[in-house]
Design a protein around this ligand. Sequence first.
Ligand code: ZN
Ligand code: FE
Length: 253
Amino acid sequence: MPLEIVTIPCLSDNYAYLVNGPDGVCLIDAPEAAPIIAALEARGWTLGSLLITHHHHDHVGGVAELRDRYGCKVMGPEAEQDKLPPLDLALTDGDAGGEGDARTVAIAVPGHTLGHLAYHFPNAGVVFTGDSLMALGCGRVFEGTKEMMWESLCRLKALPPETLVYSGHEYAQSNARFALTIEPENEALQTRVQHIGALRSAGRPTVPVSLAEELATNPFLRADQPEVAANLGLSGASPAKVFAEIRQRKDTF
Ligand code: ZN
Ligand code: FE
């Protein structure tokens, strides 16, 4: 049975995801309970498990209410346990569960927060990245270092290129404006920016997108490309240094 993934807009620009597979229904992040309950009820589904990417309120605000209502199993990063609602299972890098298309592997992607996890479904070819890798962007580095965030993005870069990336926010349009300042000549980026504009005009989400497309267009993933370093006047600098410069510019964009 292939996975069925439902994208649920929450709060002002968050996404939660329902993943319906052979093991039941799993939720990735719970920004707020109401739209998630509505999406479950519309399909006659109950919630079996809940995976938290990181401790920020816009990813966990609905956890308590969903647990009360469904008795779902709540899992999240062990490293952030003291900042999270109570966990039934604390996860660290490499922890895995589920079978077939529902098989899930936690990948540590620190930087935005120190315990941030991404959830990779290797058999289904999808990854839920929260506030680490985002469409044409990446999360702001709040708790870790820029070098740490670059290393985390490198782990995601190494997944199979056909992997579909589902991130925690709809920031694609503002990310697109910024990306064009880094690589104005990138034709794949120009094409994607037009596509993003069309999707948003139609009120549609810009997720998911293939990792291959991110690799071709996301400036943060392209910090190891010589042409990106050259555009920034950093030819010969390490990818981590180029990444740090791009992140710095985005912070004040
Ligand atoms: Zn966050
Ligand atoms: Fe967030």
